[in-house]
Design a protein around this ligand. Sequence first.
Ligand SMILES: *Cc1c(COP(=O)(O)O)cnc(C)c1O
Length: 384
Amino acid sequence: MSLMNHTQFDGQLTVQQQQRLQDLLSFVNQEAEHFLGYPCNRLFDYTPLYPFLSFPMNNIGDPFLPSRYHLNSHEFEREVIDFFAALTHAKPDEVWGYVTNGGTEGNMYGIYLAREIYPEGLVYYSEATHYSVPKILRMVHARNIMIKSTANGEIDYQDLAATLRIHRDVPAIIFANIGTTMTGAVDNLDRIKQILKDNAITHYYIHCDAALGGMILPFVEQAPPFDFNAGIDSMAISGHKMIGSPIPCGIALAKKCHVDRIARAVEYISTFDTTVSGSRNAITPLFLWYVIHSRGVAGFRNIVQGCLEMAAYAVQRFNDCGIPAWRNENSITVVFPKAPEAIMSQWQIAMQGDMGHIVVMPHVTKQQINHLLADIVAATEVTP
Ligand SMILES: *Cc1c(COP(=O)(O)O)cnc(C)c1O
């Protein structure tokens, strides 16, 4: 069959094709009402930025260097990076970064830098780590060992200590979770650093996967150590999760001294190709810049506090109904035993083993929580 005389591609949108777009829009609109299981905020309004969609904008290259491609938003991207560097307590001019396509790219960037610095290094990451990380480790060919995790999703410090002891002669690359995907668990960086010290491991690198926690912990009282204050080397934060964006995005941050090493390496080909992709999204940095200024730090704090309170409400309501739901400290992820498939599917709830979770994002209401709970109670006939 040749595409040349195929009527489906004759250069005219048929009435049916237009209808299909309408149908998708209705479907998405309807499904958004039951969007409780994934950590993506659906409350945002970027309408004032729509005119930028009319140009082939592209943030190709290092956002901190001049570019021959003028249709870019590098200036705004730099301000976004400066905001997140300050938020994560990087010392001025200590950290470099760029806006990525999401958490995976930020994690890949951190692991890539670590492996460049310690080519023989061993990457330690817990069982509860995001599924994309083992793939990244294969892609960059980094030696690695999976460490057990505890019931709440933190890295098992005993297993980490025992494993590090065996490999004391090898530089350690710690992949720490600041909010795991399934239970929102935060690995304790103080304990991890103590274990490294106890084993006299002086050559190490710490990357933090703060896809979700990176936009929660800066806004809570007495946050555990999670950022550059704790001496970490790089970090990934998500843009489309807590902040919210119709286009996936994220922030990669890394100590400048590490990035300079790889930047120098490519100076040979007379460019500073410091990012993973060549062509890069120029719209998402504008979204992030816009949201940073229109919400402000106080706005983010209110939103995060609201989510934490709503998550506490959800745990309470589940428990009141006899369902053993729980959450980690400072986490908006509410974990509960998985319910019948029809309910989990209707509310788009991700599962792992016998565990399900809802992620109490800014758009999640008491009504939705109660509705879900009523569905579960009715289906499992637990007496309230
Ligand atoms: C979502 C998530 C990722 C992956 O991020 P993407 O934006 O989907 O690439 C990685 N780690 C954690 C902890 C996450 O929650």
